[in-house]
Design a binder for this molecule. Structure first.
Ligand SMILES: Cc1cc2nc3c(=O)[nH]c(=O)nc-3n(C[C@H](O)[C@H](O)[C@H](O)COP(=O)(O)OP(=O)(O)OC[C@H]3O[C@@H](n4cnc5c(N)ncnc54)[C@H](O)[C@@H]3O)c2cc1C
Length: 550
């Protein structure tokens, strides 16, 4: 059969678009397939906050942060905890990716038009030892314009390639098989889905109106993770995190269905680290949902009091924003699928940010950002306080606790006296500028960082101080998001087969490849590393295919 293109890309998310842009630069003819309609071009990255892991950037230096490649690698390896034989490629990817983040990443992105907000955020602080989990310093760089601005240069490049006749987009084309000729993968087969004008991100139909088959010497799979497929998440749930939650909400659109993993495996690709995933514990149900069970993650500052379903304070060092998976493990061990933040108006004003581009329209202009900071509670957070089913706002603790119990229903789990004891004990620790409460110490330490002091960490205060009120309780659900394992790939994004050798013609990039290697993050992530992982592995795939196809 004649070739239809030099390469076929399965999935037009960030990883696929970056690979496509590289191929266009090399003058190759490509077909880009996606099961979603044209209006959803860009996949998850459109909805993302645009947070980017950069090391020793000018933004960090201006904030007084001293970062280095050595420190970042120490943090990455301490967080990843690589300990399996199959971590060989993930480890090599990790070293290459940290070098990229400490090297050319920022300049390469700036050349393409990306700009970063000057206050660098401090995500996943860890809280353990220097060699353990977490970022020793702030590294989360917010892209101006959030997710859509991350996508924009790559979309523009690929659209230009389309005008030049190098790119053919085929939307509503869902791949269900990779074709093999001998050892090599050299084509795709699948279903043509009915056209639809559903809005971007909304669930689209799976009505089949036809079939297709396309051939090319190279196939790049860039189909995303498994986060919207809760059955697959449960099936692969890591035992080390306890039982799988019965109730989860979705931090990703419906198209993140994980189907291509088994399809690629059937064509000879090997999947590793299936049990490594990155789900959040600060999920709130979106009052204005776009996709099924739409969850929004709160990006918390360090001050909220974190209680389990029975009102016990979470143990040290499980403070908001410190250690996502250790907190998830702890919550699952409580026997309940949710936990609570108890906080004040003063804390919510300064410390609550919501992940998602649609929740942060201000990060497009300085005028709007300044307005947001001056205003106190951001509009998007205020909307959740008014309309979100997980938020309770009350001036006094007895009414707050009564409503917390009512929200959950059934036998009341929270005892007012116990909750009050926790809060009063915590508040007493504020009488001196020092003390034994680890969280208060962490809040004070956070404020030693200028960025936190300016915009992310409220001045320590008593939760029961009426001047800081009203009191706020937020029920926090578990939300699915990122897939840390996936198709094993070498540094050229070639998919490794079960025999340990690359499958000829087959490449993978982005989340489906565990962001490179089949699990560049190991067991856990430092945050802001996923978009960059799509860019780095998509670029590697595009370059390698361009070099291999003559
Ligand atoms: C709300 C939100 C906030 C986020 N914030 C950040 C952040 O601040 N920083 C960060 O680093 N990361 C963030 N992320 C994560 C990041 O956006 C994603 O991990 C990344 O965009 C994944 O890109 P991808 O190209 O691998 O896959 P996707 O974006 O999922 O794209 C895959 C594409 O493949 C298509 N596809 C799948 N299967 C098939 C098939 N069989 N046939 C044809 N097409 C198929 C899908 O329709 C989709 O368009 C966030 C994610 C979300 C949802």
């Amino acid at each position: 059969m004649a070739q239809d293109a030099d390469a076929i890309i399965v999935g037009a998310g960030l990883a696929g678009l970056v690979a496509a842009a590289e191929l266009i630069d090399a003058g190759k003819k490509i077909i880009v397939l996606d099961q979603e309609p044209e209006q959803s071009l860009g996949g998850q990255a459109f909805w993302s906050l645009g947070g980017m892991f950069l090391v020793d950037s000018p933004e960090q230096r201006r904030m007084g942060i001293r970062d280095s490649h050595a420190l970042a690698l120490q943090d990455w390896l301490g967080t990843a905890g690589f300990d399996r034989a199959e971590d060989r490629w993930p480890w090599r990817w990790a070293e290459a990716y940290v070098a990229f983040a400490a090297g050319e990443k920022r300049a390469w992105l700036r050349e393409r038009g990306l700009r970063f907000f000057p206050v660098v955020s401090w995500a996943e602080r860890g809280g353990g030892s220097a060699t353990g989990h977490g970022n020793s310093v702030p590294r989360f760089h917010l892209t101006w314009g959030t997710g859509p601005a991350v996508l924009a240069p790559f979309v523009a490049r690929v659209r230009e390639g389309e005008r030049r006749g190098l790119v053919t987009f085929k939307f509503r084309h869902r791949v269900s098989e990779l074709i093999r000729s001998g050892a090599a993968v050299d084509g795709v087969r699948g279903d043509i889905l009915a056209p639809t004008n559903v809005e971007r991100g909304r669930k689209s139909s799976r009505d089949v109106i036809g079939a297709f088959e396309l051939k090319a010497p190279a196939i790049i799979v860039s189909s995303g993770g498994i986060g919207a497929n809760h059955a697959l998440v449960r099936q692969n749930w890591p035992q080390r995190l306890g039982r799988a939650p019965e109730r989860m909400i979705s931090g990703v659109p419906d198209h993140v269905d994980g189907r291509m993993l088994a399809i690629t495996e059937a064509a000879g690709g090997s999947i590793i680290n299936r049990d490594r995933m990155w789900h959040y514990v600060e999920g709130i149900r979106n009052w204005n949902p776009i996709w099924t069970d739409h969850a929004i993650r709160i990006l918390p500052g360090p001050s909220s009091l974190w209680l389990d379903a029975r009102g016990n304070r979470l143990p040290v060092p499980l403070y908001p924003g410190f250690d996502t998976l250790a907190t998830l493990q702890h919550i699952m061990a409580t026997g309940y699928d949710y936990s609570w933040f108890v906080l004040t108006r003063k804390i919510i004003e300064k410390e609550f940010a919501l992940s998602g581009s649609e929740q942060n329209p201000e990060f497009n202009s300085w005028r709007l950002v300044i307005k947001r900071v001056r205003k106190g509670i951001p509009d998007s957070v205020r909307a959740f306080m008014d309309k979100g089913e997980d938020f309770i706002v009350e001036p006094d603790l007895p009414t707050l606790v009564k409503r917390m119990n009512a929200l959950v229903g059934g036998e009341p789990l929270l005892d007012l006296a116990r909750v009050e004891r926790e809060i009063v004990a915590r508040d007493r620790e504020l009488d001196n500028p020092y003390g034994k409460d680890g969280q208060i110490t962490a809040i004070r330490a956070a404020r030693d960082y200028l960025g936190d002091k300016l915009v992310r960490t409220a001045k320590p205060h008593r939760l029961l101080d009426p001047a800081a009120g009203p009191l706020i309780a937020v029920r926090l659900n578990i939300l699915t998001r990122k897939t840390l394992g996936g198709l094993q790939t070498d540094l050229d994004s070639r998919v490794i087969g079960v025999d340990g050798r690359p499958v000829p013609g087959l490449y993978a990039a982005g989340e489906v490849a565990g962001f490179g290697g089949g699990g560049v993050h190991g067991y856990a992530a430092l945050e802001g590393t996923f978009l960059g992982g799509c860019i780095f592995s998509g670029r590697a795939a595009g370059r390698a295919v361009a070099a291999s196809v003559v």
